[in-house]
Design a protein around this ligand. Structure first.
Ligand code: SF4
Length: 285
């Protein structure tokens, strides 16, 4: 059994949702990622290139998808803004896997590791529609980083946990490529857009409290034990329409799990597709 920080949180949100995604490996047919998610994925790939100290290369063509154009403009502005943008000497997209309890491993992929005189820092990139005070205040609550801080050192054969992280928080530009301009011109305009308001692209350094890292680690172990013993996969109806977004599995739950709904609206998709295939091949939750 494999557990990621995302699958753990899915279980805690709704055991039935976890069951459909991680045990039955079902997703909605034609449920593709939205524009914001695609832009975020493109941006992460480009920031990994920058993190390795390599050149971004040629910009996408003028008729490339908007997600690729926006991500490229964001990444080039990031490289322009931060002189040490190639800070990930410890590696980028660092994938890891290690045992948590008997019969269960955890795995993850860290955006980057920075080696600084005072130790190893986790590097995390976030892109968001808007950077508000609330958003920044919530960053220290990011459970994903706490999970990585606890388990990556163990996977690397090190004692203790990581206690430092550096966040890049990048607001998505509200300006798009005009029909009358080229990609390089658009990139300059986006760089100016960030320059006009420095709070649109931020670096935040953060201390990760080892007690909180350990608490989350213990919490994760408890939840994994519950998953291992779960046979009922109880629904949590409070989570069906959370944050105004209807759960993908609502048609199933709402029809009392009708087989016809399952076969007509859902398809098989292996879980953990966000992680490298050789790390998770054939795994279910
Ligand atoms: S529809 Fe509601 S009960 Fe069903 S899986 Fe989704 S969140 Fe859980």
């Amino acid at each position: 059994m494999l557990v990621t920080q995302t699958s753990l949180r899915t279980y805690m949100m709704c055991a039935r949702r976890y069951y459909w995604r991680y045990r039955q490996c079902k997703v909605r047919i034609h449920e593709s990622d939205g524009e914001a998610i695609v832009t975020g994925k493109n941006l992460h790939a480009l920031l990994a290139i920058i993190g390795r100290g390599e050149d971004l290369g040629a910009p996408p063509a003028d008729d490339a998808p908007a997600e690729a154009q926006v991500a490229y403009a964001m990444a080039s502005a990031y490289a322009f803004r931060f002189a040490d943008s190639a800070l990930c000497q410890g590696g980028v997209e660092v994938a890891f896997r290690c045992p948590v309890v008997e019969g269960a491993d955890t795995a993850g992929q860290i955006d980057g590791l920075a080696i600084r005189p005072d130790g190893i820092w986790l590097v995390e990139h976030k892109s968001t529609a808007q950077i508000t005070g609330d958003y920044l205040e919530r960053l220290p609550m990011d459970l994903q980083l706490h999970w990585y801080a606890g388990w990556w050192p163990e996977s690397a054969g090190m004692e203790g946990c990581l206690t430092q992280a550096v966040y890049s928080v990048i607001q998505k530009p509200t300006i798009r490529l005009k029909k009358t301009e080229t990609m390089p011109e658009y990139c300059l305009r986006v760089a100016d857009w960030y320059k006009a308001d420095q709070t649109r692209m931020l670096r935040q350094e953060m201390y990760l409290n080892p007690k909180r890292v350990e608490q989350f680690r213990q919490y994760g172990i408890e939840v994994i034990s519950r998953i291992q013993e779960d046979a009922d996969w109880l629904p949590n109806f409070d989570a069906c329409n959370q944050y105004g977004r209807l759960c993908s599995y609502f048609p199933l739950c709402n029809s009392n799990n009708r087989v016809a709904i399952l076969s007509s609206m859902f398809e098989d998709k292996a879980p953990f597709s966000e992680l490298p295939e050789d790390l998770v091949k054939g795994e279910i939750g």
